[in-house]
Design a protein around this ligand. Structure first.
Ligand code: XUL
Length: 530
């Protein structure tokens, strides 16, 4: 790198469930700016709760709300000293969510007028104004149908990396194709949340990257190409045209930023736009994972991420195999739970007076060896179950005798599930846990995680993992050809070692290990009650 590069910046965006964030970093990977637009707070006119609109099992977000959030974020960016020096932009989107462009929408995108806001110009740009998002659980019928097409859940997992999941985009598209044919037929193009942002920045339709293709049930996990029979089954013969572009690999610039952002917000005309990825793959990038590292992200959704090299990955019917964002032959193994922070908060409110300190105190008191609870406040993904179930000495009970038992049981149950599923997903033993996400600030929670997994837990500084991952992907796409991602990280010495926060109490780890069989049995009895 030449010396006069010091003043360049790289921008990462993250359109998550609850907010649109951005992180800008310089050439030496120091964060120079962070901004966020919170949907509930900053855009109350859209009436979202935690960024979403719930209507039974159907969960959506207004597409135009995301557009308005871009207007606000870029207005703030314009006022900062970094805007004109941004050399590349990439980022992340909550996975699976989809956007349905109208014909006029795509046209308007290519002729944006810098005198007007994006919202003004794109208000008629979508055939479907509510985007289905990852929390949606309304497509069970479509899921079974897709699995039926290929010979079952495991067969679909072998082909696409995952069995059919309600939130996966192919099944969401199939539901619209089945139930709203007119709107479907009028849809010119379909984007995912990630490629939607890329499209807004490029001023034309952008492809998804291969990790995002892996969240659709439509992409062949080996070739990274759309699979025709799956496309036709979910969206008829026109789905290929609506997707229009095959998935691409990360790190290759798609083009320069649309003149709209240059004229309106003062961005540099040479600013390159890189493919956006999913929030989970962006988190994996920001943490620069090595084999043996296991990320546990405790956020709106709880996720577990591992970097699996070719050969170490197993497709199962309860985990996901996704393409890796910077290693085209490797994989990201993932578990995703819907009942993450919001459900822990709910239990905190009911049993710990809405106070985290109280929650943490209770977490350290009661002995729950003979108590197990499953807290699926929302329709859970792993396993597919809903409701709250408590067991004492193997027998189902209405309630535990202490608030502390509920606090412990929810945390233990969440982490025991991770332990069990992680072991089934890969032959590679994890050596350490890297904790991230909002709830990773809670060390009492991390201590239980460490005890259950029997692994030390580390934390990296800086919490905006997905948007930082986006900034790193932006830089990766603009550095000289031939420099691999790991080399780029090494050169800048960003290998700022994560900090050790908890060591496992191996005596407790043994006790938890002894509870695994019983946990599996009780969980199965919960699934049987659905
Ligand atoms: C992953 C998933 C969630 C969302 C949350 O499959 O559904 O983690 O990506 O943003």
């Amino acid at each position: 790198m030449s010396h006069n590069n010091e003043n360049y910046y790289y921008l990462g965006l993250d359109l998550s469930t609850q907010q649109l964030k951005c992180t800008a970093m310089n050439d030496t990977h120091d964060i120079v700016l962070e901004e966020a637009v919170n949907f509930d707070r900053d855009l109350p006119e859209f009436n979202t709760t935690h960024g979403a609109i719930h209507n039974g099992d159907t969960v959506t977000s207004p597409t135009i709300m995301w557009v308005k959030a871009m207007d606000i974020l870029f207005d703030r960016l314009k006022k900062s000293p970094v805007a004109g020096k941004i050399r590349g932009i990439s980022g992340a989107g909550q996975q699976h969510g989809s956007v349905y462009w109208s014909k006029s929408g795509i046209e308007k995108l290519s002729k944006l007028d810098s005198q007007k806001t994006l919202q003004e110009q794109l208000s008629e740009a979508f055939e479907i104004d509510q985007s289905p998002i990852w929390q949606d659980a309304s497509t069970t019928r479509e899921c079974r149908s897709l699995e039926g097409l290929v010979g079952g859940a495991q067969a679909l997992a072998d082909l696409t990396g995952s069995k059919a999941y309600e939130r996966f985009t192919g099944n969401q598209i199939a539901k619209i194709h089945n139930d709203r044919r007119e709107a479907y037929d009028a849809t010119q193009n379909i984007s995912l949340v990630s490629s939607f942002l890329t499209s807004l920045l490029l001023g034309k339709l952008a492809p998804v990257d291969s990790p995002e293709g892996s969240g659709t049930n439509l992409m062949n996990i080996k070739s990274h190409r759309w699979e025709d029979k799956l496309l036709t089954h979910c969206g008829g013969s026109s789905l290929r045209e609506k997707l229009a572009l095959e998935p691409v690999e990360g790190g290759n610039a798609l083009g320069k930023i649309s003149p709209y952002y240059v004229e309106r917000f003062g961005l540099h005309p040479d600013c390159a736009i890189m493919p956006f990825t999913g929030d989970n793959s962006a988190t994996l990038v920001s943490m620069n994972l090595h084999e043996g590292d296991c990320v546990v992200s405790l956020g709106t959704s709880d996720t577990v991420l591992v970097y699996l090299k070719q050969g170490a990955a197993k497709a199962t019917t309860e985990s996901h195999l996704m393409a890796h964002p910077t290693d085209p032959t490797g994989f990201m193994g993932m578990l995703c739970y819907k009942n993450g922070s919001l459900t822990r908060q709910h239990i905190r409110d009911v049993y710990a007076s809405g106070d985290w300190d109280e929650f943490n105190k209770l977490l350290q008191t009661d002995d729950t060896q003979n108590k197990t609870g499953f807290y699926y406040h929302m329709q859970e993904i792993i396993p597919f179950a809903k409701g709250i179930y408590r067991f004492e000495n193997g027998q189902q009970v209405q309630e535990f005798d202490t608030p502390a038992a509920n606090v412990r049981a929810i945390v233990e149950s969440q982490f025991l599930s991770m332990r069990i599923r992680l072991q089934r997903m890969t032959t590679v033993e994890s050596k350490r846990i890297l904790a991230t996400g909002g709830a990773a600030a809670n060390t009492a929670l991390l201590q239980v995680l460490s005890n259950i997994m029997g692994l030390p837990v580390y934390k990296q500084k800086g919490m905006n993992s997905a948007s930082l991952g986006g900034a790193l992907l932006a830089k990766y796409g603009t550095v000289e050809d031939g420099v691999g991602f790991e080399d780029m990280m090494k050169r800048q010495g960003t290998a700022e070692e994560p900090e050790l926060v908890c060591k496992p109490d191996l005596r407790l780890t043994k006790q938890y290990a002894a509870r695994v069989d019983e946990y599996v049995r009780l969980e199965k009895s919960v699934v049987d009650q659905q």
